[in-house]
Structures are given as structure tokens and as C-alpha cells.
Design a binder for this molecule. Structure first.
Ligand code: ZN
Length: 321
């Protein structure tokens, strides 16, 4: 759901040992490499515990272990105050962790997050990892099966709609959590287009997994302020003398993958798939529904041009008073 570019942040950061680009890879389908990584899963668990409304259930830990665990969570809370996932230290750590093999017990990571990770790793490994890894691998099993069947078709349809080549390499990390909204994407240095998807979030389960994988990877093609979609939105907003409608770029991204996934599933016998955009256009973005359904779908069906579609949408979105 979110995306951040950290291309320039990682140089000279934390990679000191255990380099292995295939760490924790479970399966590969076309451009997608699906991973269940111990270190990413621990990182997401600590972010989750640092931001959860209720304290994490760590009853199985001994009192000494619990003290270490709570101190690590506090470190995460302090370092990641506010938008925890996209704080600079979190982004760098998240990217570097993709390169660390699961059985490395003492990777040299930059403090303070690195120390929190290394100190909690033994207890995460002892008490939680087996269940999280099983959940990750179960999700990867059915998500990758759908991508194996429909992935080429969906990738070429997305490339057609955005008039850009589909990414050559997408890393998908299945993890117990993906703070804060269940899935996000970073364009990292080590991992390329890098999705993290929460396997304990029912919003990513079942058939929706196919849509989530393609929605997140689309963040490698569609950006908030640059790229063809954002630039066309800005051009037409300038023409009308208004601000670019907030989140319109993301609503277009949602609508595109929702519709393409719905069509791919319909061809495969699923006639009642409820895409993510359906709920979002009801709950969060009702003002985008009609213009996007009318003009963006006409563009997807090649009845009007890309530029005309975006122009008509920007004109039709109700203006704030
Ligand atoms: Zn998104």
C-alpha cells in the first residue's frame, strides 16, 4: 500500500556479513521471488509489537527473556516514533535484512535496531519462528500457484495499461506482519522492488493474495509525484488551476490491479471475486469511484487515450470547497 525509495540511503550502511541474495527464498515464479525470511519476520514482529494497541503476547518467555524482549520493543518504539515503517533507520535495516541468511545468529547490524534484533533472535527462533514460517510458507504456496497460472497475463496487462515494462525482479517477503497496513513496498538498493505482505492479515488471504502481489509490485511502476500517472494528473490539475487530487494516483493503481485481477479470475471460473478497490471506493475514496469507473475503465478497454482518461477524471472529481 505504501512505497518509499531508498536507493540512495543504503550506501555504507549496515551490510557487514552474511551476504546471500537468495536468503530464505522459498520459490521463484517469473520475476517474483517469494521469501519467508527469519530476520524480516523478526523485524516486522518487533515493529508490530512497538505499534500494537495492546501489548504483544509473549507469555511463553521467561522473565529474563521478557525483559530483553520488552527492551528491544522499546528501542523500536523510540527509533520508529511516528511513521515507524518508513523511518530512515527502519528502511535501511529492512533492506539490509533481505541479505542475511536465516541461520546467521550474529549478523553485524548497526545499533540500535541491530542490537535489538540480535538480542531477541534466540527467543524469536525458539518460541515464534516455526509458526510464523509455516504461516508464511502456506501463503506463499497458494499465492505463487496463482501467480504461476495468471502471472504472465497480469504482468503484460499492467505493462500495457501503464505503458512501461513490468519489473524484471520483484522480491516478495511473506512475514507475520507488514506494519502498518498489512502490505507495503520499498524500492530498495539490495532487494529491488521489494514487497512485504502480512500473512496473518486476513486482508491478504485467499484469492486476494494474487491482487496484493500485483498491487504492491505496481508501486515499482506508479509513483506519487513522478512517472506517467502522477505527471498527467499534475498536468491536468494545472490546466484546471487546482491542486492534484490527493491520493488519485493510488486510487488509479488500486482500480487497475483490482480490475485486471477480477478479469483474470473471472476467466478462471471465479465470478464473485470482490476486489480491494470495491471496499476502498466505498469506505475511503467514494469521490473517485464514478470518474474512475467511467473513464479509467474506458482507457483500460482502449476506448479512450491515457491522457484523455486522466484529464476527464481530474475534471470530474468533486472539488473541495
Ligand atoms: Zn498501494
Amino acid at each position: 500500500m505504501r512505497t518509499v525509495n531508498i536507493r540512495h540511503l543504503v550506501a555504507g550502511a549496515i551490510i557487514l556479513s552474511s551476504l546471500d541474495a537468495s536468503a530464505a527464498e522459498v520459490t521463484r515464479v517469473g520475476p517474483f521471488a517469494f521469501h519467508s525470511s527469519f530476520w524480516i519476520s523478526l523485524h516486522e514482529t518487533l515493529m508490530h509489537c512497538a505499534t500494537a494497541e495492546r501489548p504483544c503476547a509473549v507469555d511463553s518467555l521467561t522473565p529474563d527473556e521478557r525483559a530483553i524482549w520488552n527492551a528491544a520493543v522499546e528501542t523500536y518504539r523510540t527509533t520508529g516514533s511516528g511513521q515507524i515503517t518508513f523511518r530512515r533507520d527502519m528502511r535501511i535495516t529492512h533492506d539490509v535484512l533481505t541479505q542475511i541468511v536465516d541461520d546467521d545468529t550474529a549478523p553485524k547490524l548497526r545499533p540500535p535496531l541491530g542490537r535489538a534484533l540480535v538480542e531477541t533472535a534466540p527467543m524469536y527462533r525458539r518460541y515464534f519462528w516455526a509458526a510464523d514460517d509455516a504461516a508464511n510458507r502456506f501463503w506463499i504456496g497458494y499465492a505463487s500457484a496463482m501467480v504461476r497460472d495468471a502471472g504472465d497475463e497480469l504482468a503484460s496487462e499492467h505493462a500495457r495499461v501503464y505503458a512501461r515494462p513490468w519489473p524484471k525482479a520483484v522480491r516478495v517477503d511473506a512475514a507475520p506482519y507488514a506494519v502498518p497496513v498489512g502490505a507495503y513496498t520499498m524500492i530498495g538498493q539490495s532487494a529491488g522492488v521489494h514487497e512485504t505482505v502480512a500473512t496473518r492479515d486476513s486482508g491478504n488471504a485467499g484469492l486476494t493474495a494474487l491482487e496484493v502481489v500485483f498491487h504492491e509490485a505496481s508501486h515499482g511502476l506508479v509513483h506519487p509525484v513522478d512517472g506517467a500517472v502522477a505527471e498527467a494528473i499534475r498536468k491536468h490539475a494545472d490546466r484546471l488551476g487546482i491542486e492534484p487530487p490527493r491520493d488519485l494516483w493510488h486510487a488509479i493503481l488500486f482500480a487497475t490491479t483490482s480490475e485486471l485481477t477480477r478479469r483474470a479470475l473471472h476467466k478462471r471460473g471465479i465470478s464473485d471475486y470482490r476486489p480491494n478497490a470495491e471496499e476502498l471506493f466505498t469506505r475511503a475514496w467514494p469521490h473517485f469511484r464514478e470518474p474512475i469507473e467511467k473513464y479509467w475503465m474506458a482507457y483500460i478497454d482502449q476506448r479512450i487515450s491515457f491522457d484523455e482518461a486522466i484529464g476527464r477524471i481530474v475534471e470530474a472529481v468533486p472539488k473541495p470547497h
